[in-house]
Write a protein that binds this ligand. Structure first.
Ligand code: FEO
Length: 163
């Protein structure tokens, strides 16, 4: 049986994982509109993963004789300045989710809920991957961006129209 405080924080996480899914769906749709099919594919897959995370919380709360409440999901943004800004936001969002997973673990420890301490470990590990995955994309983007700037810088003199 879940203690009320633990049940409450787990229910709050349903909302956060649901929002994550919708956020990445919104980003995927934006990327598709920008003609970036590969980026969209990455984000659609991420949205699916978040939905799976959300369902894990629903399942766990109900399994422990709590009651999973399906929340309203806040509207995600529609536009991003560019792909760099978008992936910075992905990483920041994942850091925020990692913090909330840590808060769940901290509460489970405080409440002597050993089952939840054990169960939430999967998410602790998952968040390492999620942050790392977003960071990898940012690292690649930075390399590509710098490379392009390098090429641009090298070739800019060729853009001169000589008399
Ligand atoms: Fe479900 Fe990306 O955290």
């Amino acid at each position: 049986m879940l203690k009320p405080k633990v049940e409450k924080i787990l229910n709050e996480q349903i909302q956060k994982e649901g929002y994550s899914s919708f956020l990445y769906l919104a980003m995927a749709s934006w990327a598709e509109g920008q003609g970036m099919a590969g980026v969209a594919q990455w984000l659609y897959a991420q949205a699916e993963e978040e939905k799976m995370h959300m369902l894990k919380f629903v399942d766990y709360i109900n399994e422990r004789n709590g009651r999973a409440i399906i929340p309203a999901i806040d509207k995600a943004p529609e536009d991003w300045k560019d792909i760099f800004v978008l992936f910075d936001e992905v990483l920041e969002h994942e850091k925020y989710i990692s913090e909330s997973i840590n808060d769940i673990l901290a509460l489970a420890i405080k409440e002597n809920d050993f089952a939840t301490q054990n169960w939430i470990q999967w998410f602790v590990t998952e968040q390492i991957e999620e942050e790392s995955s977003a960071q990898n994309v940012i690292d690649k983007l930075n390399l590509i961006g710098k490379h392009n700037l390098y090429v641009f810088d090298r070739d800019i003199m060729n853009l001169r129209v000589e008399e």
